[in-house]
Every structure is written in C-alpha cells, then in structure tokens.
Write a protein that binds this ligand. Structure first.
Ligand code: IMP
Length: 180
C-alpha cells in the first residue's frame, strides 16, 4: 500500500503499520493467550485511553472464558519514597488470586507499567503479565519482562489505533509515525 501522510496539530505523520498487519499480530497474540490461560479465567485490565482499540480487537479473538475491566492512571503524583508514580483509578475488582493481564497500547520508558505492576502486586494476584500492542525496546529504563508484545518498534513517535498526539489520532485505523 502507498504511504499516506496526515497532519496532526503541528506535526506530519506517515503510515507505518497497516491495519492488516496489526490484526494479524493480534490474532497470533490471542491464540497464544488462549493456550497459556486455558482453565485460568484471566482478568484483562485495559489501561485507558490508549488501549481501547487493541483491547476490543484482541478480546474479540480470545475464546477462553475471561473478564475485562478498564482502568486509568492518574497524572503524575509525587511520592517521597518511590519518585513519580501514577495512581491506579477505577480498579473495583478484587484481583487477589486472579490471573491478571494488563493491556497497554505502548511501552516506552516503562515507567508507567513499572508503577502499575508495583501497585497491582500489592493486591496479591495469582499472576500478573503485560500484553502490549507496541514496545520500544531501546527506550526501556526498567528491567521489565513484558511477556506479550504484538510488535516491537524503534524509537519513533507513533499515533493511530488508539494512540494520540495531544488528543488527536486515536481514531485512525492504521498506525502512523512522525515525519522528522
Ligand atoms: P512510558 O511510561 O514511558 O512507558 O510511556 C507510556 C505512555 O506514554 C503510553 O501509554 C502512551 O500514552 C505514551 N506514549 C509513549 N510513546 C508514545 C508514542 O510513540 N505515541 C503516543 N503515545 C506514546
């Protein structure tokens, strides 16, 4: 397919990962989760806003019994002991002894997921793993073991398929990368 270029605010973006590839990768991820979580009735925790499209397309293809809940993270809070940590909002489920799978749009530095995992582990789940649509391995600043990654990407700013640039671009079906 020919690359398409769009303008969001002051930046130009061009098509990078087409919907067909995204869906093909999500199908593979769903098959893997079906196998590895059979009989475990996992609880998916989707982190809003960015993961809404990924969550919908993934869960339509997961066939084992499972639950899904949506959480948000507060804007940064300052804490003396741990540095800057985002507080988990909207987690009403009791996750003790549950098999939890966090659904993220993108893991960049890993600060967000690192803080989230710390808070979830305090609630004693049976297990907790992360499934992310995109991972920027070169940007990771924490020794995170992200078990499920639909696609690793280089350190480029991307939008579309749930990801935004200052509020715009979440509705795009394909993923675009910034034109420097
Ligand atoms: P981290 O805490 O540095 O891993 O960043 C995670 C969050 O930053 C993601 O959930 C996104 O909201 C945002 N983010 C990081 N990289 C990008 C990008 O390339 N495009 C859009 N949002 C991004």
């Amino acid at each position: 397919m020919d690359p398409r270029t769009i303008q969001l605010h002051d930046c130009e973006f061009k098509t990078y990962i087409f919907e067909e590839e995204i869906i093909a990768r999500i199908v593979m991820l769903a098959e893997q989760l079906d196998k590895e979580y059979a009989g475990k009735q996992p609880l998916f925790l989707a982190v809003l806003n960015g993961s809404f499209m990924f969550t919908a397309d993934l869960l339509k293809r997961v066939t084992i019994p499972c639950e899904v809940s949506f959480i948000r993270l507060s804007s940064y809070q300052d804490t003396k002991s741990t540095g800057r940590v985002k507080e988990v909002l909207g987690l009403n489920e009791d996750i003790q002894n549950r098999h939890v799978i966090v659904l993220e749009d993108i893991v960049d530095t890993g600060h967000t997921v690192h803080g989230l995992l710390q808070q979830l582990r305090e609630r004693h789940p049976a297990s907790v793993e992360v499934a992310t649509l995109l991972l920027k391995p070169d940007c990771l600043q924490h020794p995170l073991d992200i078990k499920y990654v639909a696609k690793p990407i280089p350190n480029d700013f991307v939008v579309g398929y749930g990801l935004d640039y200052n509020g715009l671009g979440r509705n795009l079906r394909d993923i675009y990368k910034i034109v420097p």
